[in-house]
Design a protein. Structure first.
Length: 382
């Protein structure tokens, strides 16, 4: 029982520390206003709280209204000031051809506050400074239009967006959805294969080290803070001319080499800000590809007289897990360029023609899907 009471005491003691960071900052503004109003012998007054002025970008996010709401809540909790009715304040502002979203100076705030029956008017500005919001607040005596108190506090951007989210129209710093065009490349080493005999003629595989390259179109979607889902489709993949062979030392014309394919990749990435315009991205995923030989319409080859080998039917399916890491550079809000290194689960690709008379498989190419590849992308966010 003592242990439970001890844990409960710890939790209760920690409760203030676990409270938000915004309330203490706005409480500090309220305490200063109350102290300075008392110094002017203004006791138990009515106060009119005006929305704070800010730039267009913050206004779209409703940061100005959020600051007004948060300060109003702390003034009500303190209880020293009575608060003017918002509907009455809005009506007067409309009559005076002023808007709740427009900038209001001290003289206008004093005039409107006095019409609303308030002895004090609260107004101010909010601006983004680096990774913080700077909140400047003023308390105006409506009888003299004198500024009797002023306060400046700074709140980290992340803290404000998190704790004031119920008032905000949140647009992520890094937009939630991006469409990108990518390019993938990797060197590929083919394996040496033995000479085959078809109709008493030597069919010799001629492996060549080639490159894998592909073009991708993809989507990036921010599913949670610092977590991004990435889906890419590869409409064009090519494996050079790796599947060449010769018959009796005469190269097969046309070159029997290009492996064309398509594929898709899905991964989940974690992001980490490095600088204002640069962030690291790393994650795990799964990919599926299919490669098929392309021989410009050739479907069979006659070897000697009356003996044929047939082009492979179908292709090679490659699938497996991968890990990737890279960086994204974002020079503007809408555009980004990224580079990734990717480690792949190994898999095997083969090309086998078929001897028609015996149905024997003739392996003319074998290679491992590259363990490492380089992937780049240009992304448009919206």
């Amino acid at each position: 029982m003592k242990e439970l009471l001890f844990v409960a005491a710890l939790l209760l003691g920690a409760a203030p520390a676990m409270a938000g960071e915004l309330d203490p900052r706005f409480d500090a503004i309220v305490k200063q206003f109350v102290r300075d109003a008392g110094a002017k012998n203004i006791t138990a007054p009515t106060a009119a709280v005006f929305p704070y002025s800010c730039d267009e970008k913050l206004a779209k996010k409703r940061v100005d209204l959020a600051v007004g709401e948060l300060l109003t809540a702390r003034l009500m909790k303190d209880g020293t000031f009575k608060l003017a009715e918002r509907t009455q304040l809005e009506s007067i502002l409309k009559e005076q051809a002023l808007g709740l979203s427009g900038a209001i100076d001290s003289a206008a705030a004093a005039q409107v506050g006095k019409l609303a029956g308030a002895r004090l008017s609260v107004l101010g500005t909010v601006a983004r400074v680096g990774n913080s919001y700077q909140i400047s607040s003023k308390l105006v005596d409506t009888e003299t239009a004198e500024i009797i108190s002023a306060s400046i506090v700074e709140v980290p951007l992340e803290t404000f967006d998190s704790e004031a989210s119920r008032y905000l129209v949140l647009v992520p710093e890094r937009e939630a959805l991006g469409i990108y065009l990518g390019f993938m490349a990797a060197p590929v080493k083919t394996k040496s294969l033995p000479v085959l005999t078809v109709n008493s003629k030597a069919l010799t595989p001629q492996p060549q080290d080639v490159s894998l390259w592909g073009i991708s179109v993809g989507l990036r979607y921010q599913v949670a803070k610092k977590w991004v889902a990435d889906l890419a489709v590869f409409p064009a993949l090519t494996l050079g001319t790796a599947a060449k062979f010769s018959i009796q030392d005469a190269p097969y014309p046309p070159p029997a080499g290009t492996l064309d394919g398509m594929g898709a990749r899905l991964c989940f990435n974690r992001t980490q800000g490095l600088t204002k315009k640069l962030r690291a991205i790393y994650g795990l995923g799964y990919q599926v590809y299919n490669f098929e030989p392309y021989d410009e319409g050739v479907q069979e080859i006659e070897v000697g007289v009356g003996s044929y080998i047939d082009k492979p039917k179908g292709g090679n399916d490659i699938y497996g897990a991968f890990a990737r890491a890279g960086a994204e550079y974002r020079p503007s809000e809408r555009f980004a360029f990224s580079v990734f290194g990717q480690l792949n689960q190994t898999d095997n690709i083969t090309v086998e023609w078929t001897e028609r008379s015996t149905n024997r498989k003739l392996k003319i190419m074998e290679l491992d899907f590259p363990v490492f590849l380089l992937d780049t992308a240009m992304t448009f966010y919206f």
